[in-house]
Design a protein around this ligand. Sequence first.
Ligand SMILES: Cc1cc2nc3c(=O)[nH]c(=O)nc-3n(C[C@H](O)[C@H](O)[C@H](O)COP(=O)(O)OP(=O)(O)OC[C@H]3O[C@@H](n4cnc5c(N)ncnc54)[C@H](O)[C@@H]3O)c2cc1C
Ligand SMILES: *[C@@H]1O[C@H](CO)[C@@H](O)[C@H](O)[C@H]1NC(C)=O
Ligand SMILES: *[C@@H]1O[C@H](CO)[C@@H](O)[C@H](O)[C@H]1NC(C)=O
Ligand SMILES: *[C@@H]1O[C@H](CO)[C@@H](O)[C@H](O)[C@H]1NC(C)=O
Ligand SMILES: *[C@@H]1O[C@H](CO)[C@@H](O)[C@H](O)[C@H]1NC(C)=O
Ligand SMILES: *[C@@H]1O[C@H](CO)[C@@H](O)[C@H](O)[C@H]1NC(C)=O
Length: 458
Amino acid sequence: MVRTIVFVFLLQICVCVYSKTAVKNKRVCVIGAGIAGLSSARYLKEEGINFTVLEATRYVGGTWRYDPRVGTDENGQPLHTSMYKHLRTNLPKPTMELRSFPLPDNLPSFPTWKDFYHYLQDYAEHFDILKHIQFLHNVVLVTRVDDVWKVKHVHVQTNETFEEEYDYVILGNGHFSKPNMPNNPGEELFKGTIIHSHDYRDPELYRNRRVLIVGAGPSGMDIGMDVGEVSSRLVHSHHSKIFYRTPFPAHFVKKPDIKEFNETGVIFKDDSYEEVDDVIYCTGFQYDYPFLDETSGLNLNPKSVTPLYRYMVNINQPSMIVLGLVVRACLVVALDAQARYTTALIKGNFTLPPRDQMMEEWQKRADTIRSKGLSMSYIHILAEKEDQYYADLTEESGIERVPPVMFKIRTLDTEAKLENLYTFRNYEYTVLDNFTFTRKLEDPAVRRRFNIWQPKSG
Ligand SMILES: Cc1cc2nc3c(=O)[nH]c(=O)nc-3n(C[C@H](O)[C@H](O)[C@H](O)COP(=O)(O)OP(=O)(O)OC[C@H]3O[C@@H](n4cnc5c(N)ncnc54)[C@H](O)[C@@H]3O)c2cc1C
Ligand SMILES: *[C@@H]1O[C@H](CO)[C@@H](O)[C@H](O)[C@H]1NC(C)=O
Ligand SMILES: *[C@@H]1O[C@H](CO)[C@@H](O)[C@H](O)[C@H]1NC(C)=O
Ligand SMILES: *[C@@H]1O[C@H](CO)[C@@H](O)[C@H](O)[C@H]1NC(C)=O
Ligand SMILES: *[C@@H]1O[C@H](CO)[C@@H](O)[C@H](O)[C@H]1NC(C)=O
Ligand SMILES: *[C@@H]1O[C@H](CO)[C@@H](O)[C@H](O)[C@H]1NC(C)=O
């Protein structure tokens, strides 16, 4: 008995000394407990690295936790979530899974926000991450002083202020929260309601009303169809060149961009006029890092964050990693890979190229975008480069490769969306191996069992 205790005690000392020397006492601060923060926490923990997660709310899961309220929460904090009542994922299950933690088999192919939120809660529990998270801690300042990061955070209920020093900072604070508002002329005259998709929750508010949806990104299309189920008219203003073949119902009207508002409605660029009761701007979000100052070395714009190596490493301060800044990708899968790359970097499994080389590579991409006359927001787009990105991450860091089948599924799903936005979620995708998958129509009974709301049109 005594011998066992002594043995266990010695073992603990050994483990302790070993892990301390192995990670050289590096301290890591993770900001946010959404998918980015949770997956980072899992891998940092697996490597025995000393880290803390600071999360402004009392919940894990970030934007996936629906809240019927808009504006501020019970602590006076701006509500972070942009979920709405009827939201289902816009990518099928295999591309929504964190590594080695499958979504439950019985869930429909495109789960609801609620099922996906529960999945993230299960993830945090399964990997025993909760005890590493300081909930209700809002990060207010991250500054580089000498060779450390000073992180200042405030308890949102007591207002108590804390400050620690860290060697690495991982930014996982999300970027679908701060509305990008177009501010069209005459808005102040308009007598109806105007909101941003960030504050869209429930279509019932729009029953039998004439609604204008602005923007044809994923939110514009999805919210338009959600509202269109109950609204008497659905006016859709956008300039997208994407050809959606969806058979929209007769009360949907397509319009060009807005010219101006007046009291009763909107005049469009083609000088046509529509009387509307409500407007929902689905005009996207702005990158928002209010806690960073110039010592971060990042060039922060509403539409771009630069310069980043591998779409995440702050080239001017490579001990700062910005997660999730990839567009047109399987974001969950990409976040998981980024978290593993970041952990491998901190662990010392590989070293980054010299600054000049990282800068040169980034500059080349930036020059291509500029020479095409495109906005710098394009610097975050992966699209057809997604699979090569995963290959590059693996080649450099030694992390397990994201299998090419992920990109292949996303490609076919994108096709299905172009074909019919009402039916693309009826397909079920099954991964066979790293390169192949099958697709079939899902048994509608699965969706009925989960009481899934579905648009009747189309
Ligand atoms: C409406 C909507 C639908 C979406 N649908 C899909 C989909 O179907 N498939 C898909 O792959 N992706 C989808 N996404 C993208 C989605 O953002 C990602 O799936 C994922 O949630 C990103 O995780 P994250 O951890 O980067 O950010 P978030 O989930 O936004 O989490 C960020 C966390 O950081 C916290 N935080 C922020 N600032 C601070 C601070 N200063 N201090 C402390 N904590 C802070 C927040 O409270 C939050 O908990 C959707 C996004 C939206 C908005
Ligand atoms: C981890 O870092 C914190 C904050 O710097 C420090 O207080 C703590 O002692 C460290 N723990 C270990 C095991 O190194
Ligand atoms: C915390 O600060 C806010 C804003 O300044 C204030 O409204 C609130 O009363 C403060 N709470 C406490 C417990 O001091
Ligand atoms: C708004 O503009 C339209 C188109 O010019 C016009 O028909 C309508 O009467 C105007 N509404 C008001 C209240 O002036
Ligand atoms: C770092 O390398 C070790 C040894 O090869 C490996 O076991 C570990 O999984 C790697 N860590 C990461 C995060 O890739
Ligand atoms: C599939 O990919 C994983 C991760 O890269 C790898 O470990 C595994 O061996 C691959 N399986 C096959 C059959 O190629």
